[in-house]
Design a protein around this ligand. Sequence first.
Ligand SMILES: Nc1ncnc2c1ncn2[C@@H]1O[C@H](COP(=O)(O)OP(=O)(O)OP(=O)(O)O)[C@@H](O)[C@H]1O
Ligand SMILES: [Mg+2]
Length: 234
Amino acid sequence: MSEYIVRAENLVKTYTTGPEVLEVLRGVRLKMRAGEFLAVTGVSGSGKSTLLHLLGLLDEWDSGTIYFDDQDVSALSAAQRDQLRNQEIGFVFQFYHLLPELTVLENTLLPTMVANSTFSWLGNRAKLRKQAMEILAQLGLADRAKHRPAQLSGGEQQRTAIARALVNKPRLLLADEPTGNLDLGTGGRILDLLEDLNANNKQTIIMVTHDPDTAGRAHRQLHLDRGRIHTSSS
Ligand SMILES: Nc1ncnc2c1ncn2[C@@H]1O[C@H](COP(=O)(O)OP(=O)(O)OP(=O)(O)O)[C@@H](O)[C@H]1O
Ligand SMILES: [Mg+2]
């Protein structure tokens, strides 16, 4: 097993809009050991979400390499990459992205439908539902399982998004501004939860935030500035 769960070398990402080329990431390096809780900070527009999307294999980059367990992910087929993303990486989006017509339990189960063929999903449905209910219970959502997102508070929606990210038991959890849309108290409880997942479930976490206090809850901080990573002073 590799020393690092995920590693980025010289990542470059540009966005081209008409004649304009925006260099968002200009040679980003990052190494992440299993069990770590890392915060990536930076001002709005510095490329935090972009970096997290690349690490989550949700988008393409221009040059540089991402390794997952020392495996260069660009050497994988599209299907292998999809499988890696779905099974090993859980993503909590900056704006929950819950499906409004599905219940909390159904939203949580979505990644298990991607991971299993319809046939095997139907065969395993009872087990997967039990697994999802256990995660919802751990996140304090057991009695909200049949609610739809519109019937939930912001904190409950965010916890549902975290439950969905955890349902396939990913080795790496990527969280984009997990407290960004929440009041201080609710955000604090989300951070307590991430801390607990890291300490007690040994969940490896990369959290992106513009807020220094939020970042302070992680064990290590990296700062993104003008497209490059700087090790934080703290
Ligand atoms: N699809 C896109 N096309 C063109 N430009 C984009 C695209 N996505 C992001 N950008 C630009 O890239 C830069 C970085 O965006 P990104 O969303 O990564 O920033 P961020 O650090 O997450 O900001 P915030 O803290 O506001 O969420 C911004 O200037 C943004 O306008
Ligand atoms: Mg962002």
